[in-house]
Design a protein around this ligand. Structure first.
Ligand code: NDP
Ligand code: MG
Length: 389
């Protein structure tokens, strides 16, 4: 039986992962499940899957979790250190699906014990790409991408020599405001930004899709995971979300990955790799679909894409600053302190201040320097938001 752990088990990716595991429970020995505030879901899944341990990120919820697990053999634990400990328990395959920068440390712990890391938490590669790739190499552990675009590129590269790749194109649906005017986008509410035309995902990534901060993170993720120069990577708006990425080769060929917008494909590919197994996803009928559309992203509507290229060029700890300031700007939008279009302005201002010397952005990348940069960028973003109010 394969030993598996799922971090962020109560979230959208976590629940899709559990859906796949539930279809063949005898094949898996579940080591750890982690969640945040959704104790009922965490306990329910941990008991059904007979996990060794269930961990909530919140220490104040320990008693609730313990009570919910009463009568079962599942251990209860709480706090971020307990999540790291659970990620250090031996497992063959670990899903990293905590949202935000909090996902980095558990992913590193899983790699240090040699597990195969199915990486949905894009912030790990954005904030600390060199660290996470270096840790995998040092411990001879494998990282398999779960973000749909990166899984698509990964699949497009099977059997290919990376030196024959000319460009990588990741697609973007355009999110909730694809066809809105800039004036309407400026007035958009969190509720409006939280509904995605094609994908059913967590709230934060859904809003990041509308602003294309999600695609900006994915540009950086691509550079870090595949180790390619930033100007090799392009974004293409494709409203139908059926082509997830294309790999362009030296001979002019473009290999497109086509599939339904269902994360269980990318999760299942990472779960069963290097095999392909039957997955419960829709089979596309291209004759019925008839048409697919493509257009270049408008830089005026999506400044996050330009910022991502600047961050990739600056390199070092810039990704950590970018992600942290984006998380605070998103909180500011959710709390009604800034407008939808102000998020990019806040992030750009933070980067300008940090690149201007407020932080050692070119210091060596360690977990400490990543955390320090994250902290300074968050504080700076709070200051910038306060100045704008
Ligand atoms: P969700 O918001 O649906 O779930 C997040 C998970 O993380 C939940 O289990 C949540 O617990 C837990 N969590 C929240 N905050 C913390 C914290 N501080 N410490 C530990 N755990 C925490 O997110 P998604 O599933 O949508 O996304 C997860 C990751 O995968 C993100 O990095 C996202 O960018 C990436 N991703 C998601 C895709 C998708 O389709 N959803 C596609 C590609 C990538 P609880 O809910 O119990 O509070
Ligand atoms: Mg994606």
């Amino acid at each position: 039986m394969r030993k598996v752990s799922i971090f962020g088990a109560t979230g959208s990716i976590g629940q899709n992962t559990i859906d796949l595991i539930d279809r063949d429970p005898d094949a898996y020995d579940v080591v750890a499940l982690s969640g945040g505030r959704n104790i009922a879901q965490l306990a329910d899944d941990a008991i059904r899957l007979k996990a060794e341990v269930a961990v909530t990120a919140h220490e104040d919820l320990f008693e609730d979790l313990r009570a919910a697990l009463t009568g079962s053999s599942v251990e209860a634990a709480a706090g971020s250190n307990a999540i790291d400990d659970a990620a250090s328990r031996p497992a063959d395959w670990v899903m990293s699906a905590i949202v935000g920068a909090a996902g980095l440390k558990p992913g590193l712990c899983a790699l240090e014990q040699g597990a195969t890391l199915a990486l949905a938490n894009k912030e790990s590669l954005v904030t600390a790409g060199a660290l996470i790739m270096g840790t995998a190499q040092k411990h001879n552990a494998r990282i398999l991408p779960v973000d749909s675009e990166h899984s698509a590129v990964f699949q497009g590269l099977v059997g290919e020599d990376f030196s024959s790749v000319e460009r990588i194109i990741i697609t973007a649906s355009g999110g909730a405001f694809r066809d809105w005017s800039l004036e309407d986008m400026a007035r958009a509410t969190p509720a409006q930004a939280s509904s995605h035309p094609n994908w059913n995902m967590g709230q934060r990534i859904t809003i990041d899709s509308a602003s294309m901060f999600n695609k900006a993170l994915e540009l950086i993720e691509t550079k870090e995971f595949f180790g390619c120069p930033h100007d090799m990577i392009e974004v293409l708006v494709h409203p139908e979300s059926m082509i997830h990425a294309l790999v362009g080769f030296k001979d002019g060929a473009l290999m497109a990955h086509v599939g339904p917008p269902d994360m269980r494909h990318a999760i299942g590919y990472a779960l069963h790799w290097p095999e392909r197994r039957d997955l419960p996803v829709e089979r596309l009928d291209l004759a019925k679909i008839g048409q697919m559309h493509f257009r270049a992203p408008d830089p005026k509507r999506y400044p996050a894409l330009r910022l991502a290229h600047e961050v990739m060029e600056a390199d070092g700890l810039s990704g950590a600053a970018f992600n942290a300031s984006k998380e605070i700007a998103l909180d500011g939008f959710l709390e009604g302190r800034i407008g939808f279009l102000d998020m990019a302005g806040v992030v750009e201002e933070v980067l300008t201040r940090l690149w201007g010397g407020a932080c050692h952005i070119n210091a060596e990348m360690t977990l400490d320097t990543v955390h320090e940069t994250d902290h300074i960028a968050r504080q700076t973003a709070e200051t910038v938001i306060a100045e704008r109010q």
